[in-house]
Design a protein around this ligand. Structure first.
Ligand SMILES: CC(C)(COP(=O)(O)OP(=O)(O)OC[C@H]1O[C@@H](n2cnc3c(N)ncnc32)[C@H](O)[C@@H]1OP(=O)(O)O)[C@@H](O)C(=O)NCCC(=O)NCCS
Length: 403
């Protein structure tokens, strides 16, 4: 479409026009959509008006989206992430290439800002054309209240969370989240901007008022769905379970579903009880990621890769492997515990598609499984190096961090 112009919003009027379109397209209740835009997303910690981008055709805004920027954790590495949200084309202008132009232009914009990776939670069969691959699964642990004895309610107190709990919740979340790959690193502002949703969270305390943990029940519904749990330490998981069971009983809910990754301390605690643990992959939709800047992403992995190397038998070795990603070679050299990445041909080549690389980088897939498909003849040393660099992980983004 030659007349289509893509740009960032330039003033309050344009921002309002974009909000109007996104609210109409994305929410059944327009006024609630506008409230979300104006009151929730406007106070998002890294909010900038210009991160709302629009497609304009003959003066009219026909497409819009929101970019969020956050830092994600991959072990010891930190990557700058640009998120896509609220991607919308007006009903009258669909299938004309508006979203394509808006997405492509915004991806370039993100690259110019030196963001390493992009992330989104998307509709089926749409975002793969922009280089996004599924990397983020959902996890559910289900308990039947009847399988547990009635808890002693004298061992804890429950009260709704207060803004004064944010620091404690942030600390508990951070402490339990070190193993989660690709998780968004939260500051207090991440709790504040969605405080309206956090107010249903419950603080679990000792009878004398010491905070032990929290859980975030989703309001409504037939079962008690919990979008997040946090504990002070592993020893208080039993008290958190008692508090959740009591809360379910008080609300006449017979089933409890906890949305948290398998390595979360509370989920690990639940393994000793009758429970169902499910992993759900919505391949080609849902949580997807794309690399924006390959060289810089590889460079940014050094802290994690050196940490992994230090724990391995390769820590004193000199060894190398060359990843050929979408035909571009990157030579990864491990030398006495330090890692260097250079964009040049080298030994022990492994060709990968960008999707395979994304899967390995995030730990979504197992390196042995990718190597088996590739039928590569690699030296044992380079296989060992690849196994160190691409450890299996659990990439996950908490419900409250999704955009
Ligand atoms: C999804 C949406 C943004 C697409 O916008 P659009 O401007 O019509 O898309 P385009 O014309 O640029 O289409 C680009 C490509 O996607 C395909 N496509 C369009 N809508 C699609 C959809 N809903 N699902 C899957 N593919 C779609 C087109 O066929 C085209 O394919 P091609 O690469 O083979 O040419 C628009 O339908 C919309 O606003 N939907 C409602 C809101 C929504 O679901 N947003 C996404 C939230 S994650």
């Amino acid at each position: 479409m030659p007349d289509l112009v893509i740009h960032s919003v330039r003033d309050a009027r344009e921002l309002n026009e974009a909000h109007d379109l996104m609210a109409k397209v994305h929410t059944k209740d327009y006024f609630n959509g506008m409230r979300l835009m104006e009151q929730v997303w406007r106070v998002y910690p890294s909010f900038r008006p210009e991160d709302t981008r629009v497609a304009r055709l003959k003066g009219e805004i026909v497409g819009a989206l929101r970019v969020t920027t956050d830092t994600i954790r991959l072990g010891e590495a930190r990557l700058r992430m640009g998120g896509f949200g609220w991607v919308a084309t007006s009903g009258r202008h669909r299938n004309l290439g508006v979203a394509r132009a808006l997405m492509s232009d915004t991806l370039e914009h993100m690259r110019a800002r030196k963001l390493h990776v992009s992330m989104l939670f998307g509709i089926p069969n749409f975002y793969h054309r922009f280089g996004f691959s599924t990397t983020l699964a959902n996890y559910r642990t289900t308990l039947n209240v009847a399988d547990f004895p009635k808890p002693k309610t004298s061992g804890f107190k429950l009260r709704p969370v207060k803004p004064g709990d944010i620091r404690a919740m942030q600390r508990m979340h951070e402490q339990g989240d070190g193993q989660t790959a690709c998780s968004i690193i939260r500051c207090g502002g991440h709790f504040q901007y969605r405080w309206g949703e956090w107010t249903s969270a419950q603080t679990v305390m000792t009878p004398d008022g010491k905070v032990l943990g929290y859980f975030l029940p989703r309001t409504g519904g037939e079962r008690l769905e919990i979008d997040e749990v946090g504990v002070l330490n592993r020893r208080v998981c039993g008290t958190l379970l008692d508090a959740i069971l009591a809360y379910a009983r008080d609300n006449f809910l017979r089933e409890i579903e906890v949305h948290a990754p398998p390595h979360d301390p509370f989920i690990e605690y639940l393994l000793q009880f009758k429970s169902k643990h499910a992993m759900e992959l919505t391949y080609g939709e849902g949580g997807m990621m794309a690399v924006l800047h390959l060289g810089e992403t590889l460079d940014s992995m050094a802290p994690e890769w050196e940490y992994q190397l230090a724990q391995s038998a390769l820590r004193e070795q000199h060894t190398e492997t060359t990843l050929v990603i979408d035909r571009v070679p990157y030579r990864l050299l491990a030398h006495h515990g330090s890692i260097s990445v250079v964009q040049q041909p080298g030994k022990n080549k492994l060709s990968l598609t960008m999707e395979e690389f994304m899967h390995l980088l995030t730990g979504y897939r197992h390196i042995e499984e990718v190597l088996a498909v590739r039928h590569r003849i690699l030296s044992q040393e380079s296989r060992d190096l690849l196994a160190v660099l691409f450890a299996k992980r659990t990439p996950y983004v908490w419900t409250m961090d999704r955009f």
